[in-house]
Design a protein. Structure first.
Length: 791
């Protein structure tokens, strides 16, 4: 099915060619001219056509004199329009000349003190797409693309498969595709070499545009490639039957950075659903984990008859019941397809606009996506490019709190698309954006999103509605990134003063809303970046009257700025700025902020905190006390069903070598997760690397001494002989209880969260303490959400 439409060249590139599924620049040593293979899927979707197109590698440079002395016959250049920093475009006929010239110019600029003199686009495919104006997937819907899922199962002589150990073989390769085909290769009678060869042949026969897998970059592909090398099997899965090119890279998801080896497969894209999950959770922050099984259960994708096998049991199961493992592997492939369908469709529609391959669009941050649109158009117009501006943003979103305690009812009013609306209606534009692309792109994306949403809402159900939802969400992703792009230190078109102007305007608008609510005798409890939470005035009851109240406020807002009705709630527990809980009228509780329910807290602690919040909203003081006693007994009696209830999970943000050096240099203290990761290096188990998550618990009987000395990997805990440190976890419980101290008078707090009730617990006179805080005249600017963190 196609969702073909007229293409705006600013958004979609100046070449309207449709159904391109991949491009692959070819490095031919025997040719003096660069060229690229363009793969186009037929209208019936059954075949792919290969065409060859010329390609001229290029870079931008600030001063053409930096190439003085480099063979003039090997390049052409053009002085570009305007007076921005990168004033010259240098073009080559082949990659050999390109790389030689780049190295020559970089050396010359370093010697001349002209750092940053070159602007390069590292990806050859991206260079071609920028130059040609083509993009992948135009004129196609998500289901028009042929997607293959891949998952391997390995047996191990140790605790975890090691591709370098001869006996740690791949025994199964499960594959499926988006057209309903499924197959599990392998069996007790298969040799590993035969299995690998059949895998290559099957991928070539199915001929997918996209290969998907969960953690495929860090496990499946590296493992397969190592075993192919061991057996002399050529892993020729490219459309030209060539082997993938590998390269080291890293991706950042909120505070988490992951180093890995990516693959460039000629004619195909690779999507790692593990990274899609990380990107999802960087925004939602509510996934129980990142493993395929956990995430599939969370989204409801697991088949009803799903077969489960613990990783530690795979080798045994393979020996005793191989058919069970075959079913398990097949289910892995099914879940991967469902997960990719759910999380990748928006990126697919973004790729129709972006001058970059699908796999790259899935890996890079919003700033790279936006900048690629700018550079493509500046290249087309032959206009000079700026360089990044030095400086910092001084203003941020307006967040403040005027009340702590529990109250209700609550209305949440937010300014619809606050920052995009400000940028559109207050003529926000980077100073160095000579072509004024910033407002033009933002306006066109906004118009497209509104049109797609309207069309989506007009559809009842079905494939088109889903496609339109993914399309409008793809626009939303880019639209919401424009503000962060202004304040991103590495963006070519950043402008800190304009970013500050957006933030200050947002503060002013929110102050106006607060004034309007208070003038009508509503009580504002909190302001949170783009909206306010308030108790409506007396006499305003029910959703209809609440909506009418906000419509009255909209009569007083500037043109283009509209207050939206974002929700109504029975009660609110206000704790700290940007940290609160909201109880909906159906009893569901939504929580915001990490001060109360941080991811660093052990699962039992998060469960206890959530229950405490629930009871606070109900103002059930006796139940609060009983919940504390129950959890205390649970810890003291080791009533855990699984180690995951009390184990802490931490991400290794640095390499182990960097950790050791920092400890040695006195730059950091010892950490339980890193010490355990170092300890594992001396075993046969899979080593931990930067970006991995380490789960551990504290063992022993004493609560004294550094935690890292008593830490054990979660997998070491034995439920038949539990050695978890009750004293340590009781202290953790009391630390969690202390978070609720602001809600009570000190004697009352000590009474509730105490096991000393010899004469019985008496809740008489205990009340939740509600406090009001005056509104400051100058709104505090919050820079907690650093835009650079999202890019």
């Amino acid at each position: 099915m196609s969702t073909s439409q007229p293409y705006d060249p600013l958004l979609y590139g100046h070449d309207a060619s449709e159904r391109i599924v991949a491009v692959h620049p070819v490095a031919d040593k025997n040719s003096k001219k660069g060229h690229v293979h363009v793969f186009t899927r037929s209208e019936d979707g059954l075949s792919v056509k290969l065409t060859e197109a010329p390609f001229y590698p290029f870079f931008f440079i600030s001063n053409i004199r930096l190439l003085t002395g480099f063979d003039r016959r090997r390049y052409r250049y053009q002085e570009l329009k305007g007076k921005l920093f990168h004033r010259f475009l240098v073009v080559f006929t082949n990659w050999h000349d390109y790389w030689d010239a780049q190295r020559y110019a970089e050396k010359a600029s370093s010697g001349a003190g002209s750092g940053g003199a070159l602007y390069t686009v590292p990806s050859p495919a991206q260079q071609y797409l920028m130059q040609s104006g083509k993009t992948c997937f135009k004129g196609m819907a998500f289901d028009d693309v042929h997607r293959l899922q891949l998952d391997i199962e390995c047996i191990s002589s140790g605790d975890f498969p090691n591709a370098d150990r001869k006996e740690d073989k791949i025994v199964l390769v499960a594959m499926s595709d988006s057209r309903g085909w499924r197959e599990v290769l392998g069996g007790p009678d298969w040799s590993e070499a035969e299995l690998l060869q059949r895998t290559v042949e099957t991928i070539q026969r199915i001929d997918p545009d996209v290969i998907e897998g969960h953690n495929i970059f860090k496990f499946d592909f590296p493992y397969i490639m190592r075993r192919c090398a061991m057996h002399g099997v050529i892993f020729g899965i490219g459309r030209d039957r060539s082997e993938p090119r590998t390269f080291s890279t890293s991706s950042r998801f909120a505070e988490r950075s992951i180093d890995y080896t990516a693959l460039d497969i000629p004619g195909r894209h690779v999507i790692d659903t593990y990274f899609q999950v990380l990107a999802y959770d960087a925004i939602k922050r509510d996934l129980p984990g990142y493993g395929l099984k956990e995430v599939s259960r969370y989204f409801g994708f697991a088949p009803a008859d799903r077969t489960y096998v613990e990783g530690s049991e795979i080798t045994r199961i393979w020996k005793e019941d191989p058919d069970l493992l075959i079913r398990y592997a097949g289910d892995d492939a099914i879940e991967t397809e469902r997960l990719a369908r759910h999380l990748s469709e928006s990126t697919f529609y973004l790729t129709q606009m972006l001058p970059m391959p699908y796999g790259q669009a899935a890996r890079v941050g919003p700033a790279s996506k936006i900048e690629s649109l700018f550079v493509r158009e500046y290249l087309r117009k032959r206009h000079s490019l700026p360089r990044s501006e030095w400086g910092t943003q001084t203003q941020g979103g307006y967040t403040d709190i005027f009340f702590t305690g529990v109250t209700g009812p609550i209305v949440y009013a937010d300014v619809e698309s606050l920052y995009p609306s400000i940028m559109l209606n207050y003529n926000i534009k980077p100073d160095r954006d000579a072509l004024a692309l910033f407002p033009a792109l933002l306006k066109r994306l906004t118009d497209l999103r509104l049109a797609a949403k309207a069309q989506m809402n007009a559809e009842e159900t079905g494939e088109l509605k889903s496609a339109l939802d993914a399309r409008q969400n793809s626009y939303k992703i880019v639209i919401n990134s424009f503000y962060g792009f202004l304040g991103f230190s590495q963006a070519l078109f950043n402008d800190y003063s304009e970013a500050d102007r957006v933030a200050v305007t947002g503060q002013d608008l929110l102050n106006s809303i607060i004034d309007l609510v208070e003038l009508r005798h509503g009580k504002v409890l909190e302001v949170d970046t783009d909206g306010v939470l308030f108790v409506p005035p007396d006499g305003i009851e029910g959703e209809q009257q609440e909506r009418a109240f906000l419509e009255d406020l909209n009569e007083h807002m500037p043109e283009g700025i509209r207050i939206g009705y974002d929700g109504r709630y029975r009660r609110m527990m206000s704790y700290k700025k940007k940290n609160y809980a909201l109880e909906e009228y159906d009893g569901h509780v939504k929580m915001k902020g990490s001060s109360l329910v941080s991811r660093a807290i052990e699962p039992f602690g998060r469960k206890f905190v959530r229950k405490t919040i629930r009871l606070l909203l109900d103002e059930d003081i006796p139940a609060l006390h009983n919940a504390y006693l129950s959890m205390r007994e649970h810890i003291m009696e080791h009533k855990w069903e699984h180690v995951s209830e009390f184990a802490r999970t931490e991400t290794l943000k640095d390499s182990l070598n960097k950790y050791k050096k920092d400890v040695s240099d006195g730059k950091r203290t010892r950490s339980a997760s890193y010490e355990l990761a170092l300890k594992r290096l001396s075993t046969s188990q899979k080593p931990f690397r930067k970006g991995d998550r380490v789960s551990y618990y504290i063992a022993g009987a004493s609560d004294s001494g550094p935690a890292f000395l008593s830490a054990r990997l979660a997998e070491e805990w034995d439920p038949k002989s539990p050695d978890d440190n009750a004293a340590f976890y009781l202290r953790r419980l009391d630390e969690l209880c202390s978070k609720f101290e602001p809600f009570f008078e000190p004697p009352h707090f000590r009474t509730i969260f105490s096991s000393e009730d010899l004469f019985g617990f008496n809740p008489t006179g205990i009340q939740i303490r509600n406090l009001d805080f005056p509104r400051s005249l100058i709104p505090p600017a919050s820079l907690d959400d650093d835009p650079s963190e999202e890019f």
